[in-house]
Design a protein around this ligand. Sequence first.
Ligand SMILES: [Zn+2]
Ligand SMILES: [Zn+2]
Length: 360
Amino acid sequence: MLAAILETVPTEELVVADDVTLRDIGPGDVRVKIAHSGVCHSDLSAMNGTIPQEPPAVLGHEGAGVVVDVGDGVTHVAPGDHVIIAFSPPCGTCPFCTGRHQPNLCMTGLVLMSTNMQFRQGDRVVGSMTGCGTFAEETIVPGIAAIKIDDDVPLDVAALIGCGVTTGVGAALNTAQVTPGSSVVVIGCGGVGVAAIQGARVAGAAAIIAVDLHEGKLERAKTFGATHGVLPDDLPAAVAEITGGEGFDFALECIGMPATMRQAFDLTRRGGTCCIVGVGRIEETFALSAFEMFFSEKILVGSMYGSADVRTDFNRFLRLHQAGQLDLVGMISRRIGLEEVNDAMACLGDADIVRQVIDF
Ligand SMILES: [Zn+2]
Ligand SMILES: [Zn+2]
């Protein structure tokens, strides 16, 4: 079958191979025929080394499809069921999954995914990004990563829930816990930023300020619920006009750069919440003064996978979509075949792209 493989790091190109196979299905596994996979900036981050990923590996971690086979012991899905693949699934029994109510941080699930190693090319073992490997016509994932959804949900929309939508909407609703009537600034208006803007709108924020370098992205952000679109240079004037100079109740950084993380902290009002959604390089840092944490009492919080419980949040976000409160169809800017995946990677930063979806 077809699959897009990361062969070296760093690289600018994935190798699209047509001779990839799957290992035998094991106990607890689910084999999924991928219908659609979103192309996420984190795939590019795996290619350029920002996110550590051992090659060879099939990339893609934002997919949905149809179950074709299940291993021994799997009872929550059956062949024919529609599923979204979760890249950080909960094991259901560890402290994160139980008493702490932080299943997105489950290490057992993460280790299970990272040791999945489901692909083969001849005798060669080929791994996958976070165990998903949705840039392939079929994949095998641990059963806990296959989240059942209703059959009437379009699988292209469902695919977006697998990463970008859950990351952005979840950051606003679950991590930052945006409140009705509040002011929210979202830095970076790509797919995750647009999802965060929509999450803030669902939460009832009164002012949602989109910040990006591209004016086109600012205009588009308004169609998803941003009340203001502001270029970085115009931020001081916007803070003065919209917040009386106090800063915003919530700031969500959706880029992953030290400078914008620090900027998000500065844009947060005294006592407000600064939520870091973007993924930066492991060796990069940003500085906070030892005094300002005390004096500002700002809450600085990271957000991984939107602090989501995929077992309930995937279907919750789909219900919001079906109720017309999350525009997921509008987030699909371009449809491609797998053979165009490298072109999609090159287009990731383009102003007219929110999400590109691979149709299998
Ligand atoms: Zn992603
Ligand atoms: Zn767990």
